[in-house]
Design a protein around this ligand. Sequence first.
Ligand SMILES: Cc1cc2nc3c(=O)[nH]c(=O)nc-3n(C[C@H](O)[C@H](O)[C@H](O)COP(=O)(O)O)c2cc1C
Length: 223
Amino acid sequence: MSKYRPVPLKGYVTRDGAQMQRRAANFYRSIKTRRTVRMFSKRPVPQGVIEKCVLSAATAPSGAHMQPWHFVVVSAPAVKRRIRLAAEKEEREFYRKRAPKAWLKALAPLGTDAEKPYLETAPYLIVVFQRGYDVDAAGERIKHYYVSESVGIACGILLTALHHAGLATLTHTPSPMGFLRTLLGRPANERAAMIVVAGYPAKGAKVPNIERHPLADIATFVG
Ligand SMILES: Cc1cc2nc3c(=O)[nH]c(=O)nc-3n(C[C@H](O)[C@H](O)[C@H](O)COP(=O)(O)O)c2cc1C
């Protein structure tokens, strides 16, 4: 028997072709200005903004509707500092020893290094955890499906929502990220997927002059 009783589709708005064209173009005009920012301002951001963006992220579809995510929103300076120190320790090892040459070569044009001051400067670090499984009241494991895909979609919506609200973001994946579970006291069934750094960009913030592939290179239309 279905656990979820079917209910009428709510909130869907039918739009004609012209309206859709306009809306799609407007959305593209906005989202193409999203950039990964690595220079943040200390200027505070109301927590309510972050709360709505996390709620938006959690509207993501997920394999068998398991919602296999948890968002730890860190604004406490002492915790941000501990995350920075632990991330820089891992990143120093990564850049000096662990990273394969090809990976370093791919990163070189972006000019990134082991120093992560933004982990302290930005008002929020949203640490996204993926939950490999849940445990029910009887102690039985509830398996999750397509966890990485589901959490990846949630992270995409989170970045989009933060951008839409007017915030700059950085997707940060210190390598490895195991320290985040211990540092933030998360349970054994969770693994950090990424840190989404969010805040205002610093005055005069600069970004790498990258280009994106044109439509003809990234899409094939069959029909
Ligand atoms: C999964 C993932 C991990 C990333 N990890 C890092 C990171 O650890 N540090 C960093 O500076 N940028 C990181 N980035 C940002 C990319 O370098 C950036 O998205 C890319 O250069 C394109 O730039 P744009 O986001 O401004 O379009 C990551 C992006 C993704 C999607």
